[in-house]
Design a protein around this ligand. Structure first.
Ligand SMILES: [Zn+2]
Length: 297
């Protein structure tokens, strides 16, 4: 599927949403970025799909951002495996003290432990939405900022090793964001930040997440207000849901005002069914429009 933007605008208008005046984020191109990632295969650390996808993300960023920093590091898991991990930090206007940070994880989960079919639970998650959509969104933002540079500093951070281990035990998860949180650029004090995770689902409803509302309520207000101003309140639903342990938490703990934009009601979450047919260009378009509005305000 390769819908063009004109068609997308019509579809969005038919749903009653206004959208922005100048739609500079390209949802169809972002959808294609999800497709590229799934063609690389799963992005489980230490696999060829992971290495190749990381190289591709870095190449894309070198074409668009003013500077790209790679944080390469090793992580030894509870089981004694050594993971080769990389965070990518793409910076626009790197010298500007007024900055906004956007983040997404680019790895995918090694075990589809929520698959109903027990035989599938040891297989990896394809990660079209969980991993793929956040990366696609940030790459689309990079393209838009390359065309029209921002009026303030922007950092797009792609973290690794979010989804490797066991969330219930807090073991071998959020690895890249924790590494980033303790290896921040000197004097790093962004104005605010947004983590994007699982934002490409065809049936997209994003509720306000508990840790975000308790940790940085003013950022939640800003994001949901931006969405409402564009007529996207049916997607960015202004009501509270429970807290989720995700990559924004280490950043909040490091003193950065960072929230999570996530649609947790995704039936294919951590299953082998998290495939490209569950993702839509229209959903990516809505979240991309909101992301750009935050940067252009
Ligand atoms: Zn996940």
């Amino acid at each position: 599927m390769k819908p063009n933007i004109g068609l997308l605008s019509l579809v969005v208008a038919a749903c009653g949403a206004k959208g922005p005046q100048n739609q500079e984020f390209n949802g169809a191109a972002a959808y294609e970025y999800v497709a590229v990632q799934t063609r690389f295969g799963v992005r489980v650390p230490n696999t060829p799909g992971h290495r190749n996808t990381g190289n591709w993300i870095e190449e894309r960023l070198r074409l668009t951002a003013d500077s790209v920093e790679v944080q390469s590091f090793l992580h030894v898991t509870a089981e004694g495996d050594t993971l080769e991990l990389r965070n990518f930090i793409a910076r626009f206007r790197p010298g500007d003290p007024n900055r906004i940070i956007f983040m997404a994880h680019w790895d995918t989960r090694p075990t589809a432990d929520k698959s109903l079919n027990i035989g599938h639970q040891m297989l990896p998650v394809p990660g079209a939405n969980d991993g793929g959509s956040g990366v696609a969104l940030l790459l689309g933002v990079a393209d838009a900022l390359d065309l029209v540079p921002p009026g303030l500093g922007v950092d797009l951070v792609f973290v690794d090793g979010e989804d490797y281990g066991d969330f219930s035990q807090d073991v071998d998860v959020l690895i890249g964001s924790r590494y980033f949180a303790v290896n921040l650029p000197a004097g790093y004090q962004p104005l605010f930040g947004v983590l994007f995770d699982m934002i490409g689902d065809i049936d997209l409803q994003i509720y306000q997440e508990g840790n975000s509302v308790s940790g940085a309520p003013e950022v939640v207000d800003r994001v949901w207000r931006a969405a409402a101003d564009m007529g996207y309140s049916r997607t960015f639903v202004p009501s509270l849901r429970g807290p989720i342990m995700d990559d924004h938490v280490p950043l909040l703990e490091a003193g950065i005002r960072m929230i999570n934009v996530i649609d947790i009601d995704y039936s294919y979450w951590h299953t082998t069914e998290d495939t490209i047919d569950k993702v839509s260009a229209e959903s990516l378009q809505i979240v991309g429009d909101v992301a750009m509005a935050l940067l252009r305000q």
